[in-house]
Design a protein around this ligand. Structure first.
Ligand code: RB5
Length: 148
């Protein structure tokens, strides 16, 4: 189980779901750092992803959540940052496996793809599932090598 501190961000396409996830995480006792966006006005997801990923790279946060319309733009942007392993998930199996096998540190969700109930379940698996290590350590090490 990770520390009860998490960072979250969204663009306009994920603004409503981000609010629902923050409420859910706070009810579970998480200290949630919300980096915006703070309205439904149009904005650019790569900038939000960049802000969030830099705060994970610095060690300030262990894990983060990014929400856009599909989860895809955010994951593409996040995965351009070294040390970031971002997974766009649409089901609970993927959310659990990306923790167990990929040691994902950023979960990307699409407000236009998944409902709030499913998104909350995926967030719970993302926060509560441990990395399996073992043979997956070697593979995550290879991912880190690709950053160089
Ligand atoms: C915004 O319209 C939309 O393109 C964005 O939220 C996201 O889905 C991009 O991948």
């Amino acid at each position: 189980m990770m520390t009860k501190q998490i960072i979250i961000g969204c663009d306009h396409g994920g603004f409503v779901l981000k609010g629902q996830l923050i409420k859910h995480l706070q009810e579970r006792g998480f200290d949630v750092c919300d980096i915006g966006t703070y309205s439904a006005d149009s904005c650019n997801y790569p900038e939000i992803a960049d802000t969030l990923c830099k705060r994970i790279q610095s060690g300030e946060f262990e894990r983060g959540i990014l929400v856009c319309g599909t989860g895809i733009g955010m994951s593409i942007a996040a995965n351009k940052h070294s040390g970031i392993r971002a997974a766009a998930c649409e089901n609970t199996f993927s959310a659990r496996m990306t923790r167990m096998h990929n040691d994902a540190n950023v979960l990307c969700l699409g407000e236009r793809v998944v409902g709030a109930g499913l998104a909350c379940d995926m967030v719970d698996l993302f926060t509560d599932t441990d990395f399996e290590g073992g043979r997956h350590n070697v593979r995550v090490g290879m991912l880190n090598d690709l950053d160089k």
